[in-house]
Write a protein of this length. Structure first.
Length: 289
């Protein structure tokens, strides 16, 4: 209200009703001025609303990996984690890949181990070959850089349980914890959950097949066992791989769990020989690949 209007009303020069209406109009304009501002002359623009608080990051204790969070939706952890579609529950593991070409699959169990896994990765990269690594969760968690290197090089990462127990001696709930915890770590570190599962010692039962399927994984065993964990000598490992080579063959070796220097050296020997013989190598991410 203007300063000279109140005295005028008191002196009777302005009707009371007119003063009240004018005062209400002034109050209305004052309130509107607080909600509107001009971004250019003559154009009222609404004042932007306050920005919402930033979305919370991953829970404390979870490893931060930009690639992992970029590749999958952040739907939370535990029961909310997005899993691959469930495959059918099998009654036996897959022993050989269906392939009519000269294509084989190289697999390495129990790692990653900073003493031996880098040497295997180096040889695979040298020959531009992709392999499968069935990792143990506790080893994966302890060596996140090797896990990311596997993924960056295009290798397939599978689930080999958390601590490598014989699953057929465990309760169903204990088997679930071994599988789920490892899948969570793999998902966090490489950006997607594993789609393949291998039971330690090749010990399978109904629960392992059912739970593997529940977590979106196919059970993969092997065609050729190099028995490299017995440390039979580099030459023996090489001979077993070359003798067992064939279309769709899955070769089992190890990159952890003991002295695996023979396994590292054997790969350097048999891989170029198999390539020269016309074999190719794949790292299937699922049965559809």
């Amino acid at each position: 209200m203007k300063n000279d209007e109140l005295p005028a009303m008191l002196q009777g020069r302005l009707p009371a009703r007119r003063v009240l209406l004018r005062g209400a109009a002034l109050l209305s304009l004052t309130a509107a001025a607080g909600c509107w501002s001009a971004d250019r002359a003559g154009t009222p623009t609404k004042t932007p609303a306050a920005s919402p608080p930033p979305a919370p990051g991953p829970p404390a204790g979870r490893p931060r990996n930009s690639a992992a969070y970029r590749l999958r939706p952040m739907t939370g952890y535990g029961p909310q984690r997005e899993l691959p579609a469930r495959p059918a529950v099998r009654k036996a593991p897959i022993l050989k890949m269906a392939d009519s070409e000269r294509r084989m699959v190289l697999t390495f169990d129990d790692g990653p181990d900073p003493r031996y896994t880098p040497g295997i990765l180096k040889t695979l990269r040298r020959y531009d070959v992709r392999a499968m690594f069935f990792v143990c969760g506790e080893m994966a968690e302890a060596n996140p850089d090797l896990m990311r290197r596997m993924a960056d090089d295009g290798h397939t990462v599978g689930n080999h349980t958390w601590s490598h127990p014989q699953l057929t001696l465990l309760s169903r709930s204990a088997i679930r914890r071994q599988i789920e915890r490892t899948s969570d770590v793999v998902d966090d570190l490489v950006g997607e959950p594993p789609r393949w599962f291998r039971a330690p010692y090749g010990a399978w039962n109904r629960a392992t097949f059912q739970l593997g399927s529940e977590f979106g994984m196919e059970p993969l065993a092997w065609t050729v066992d190099t028995l490299d964990w017995r440390e039979p000598g580099t030459g023996t490992i090489v001979r077993r791989v070359l003798d067992g080579a064939g279309p769709g063959v899955v070769v089992l070796s190890h990159d952890a769990g003991g002295d695996r220097s023979q396994s590292v050296q054997a790969l350097r020997t048999y891989l170029p020989r198999l390539l020269d013989a016309g074999y190719h190598f794949s790292a299937p991410r699922s049965m559809a690949v």
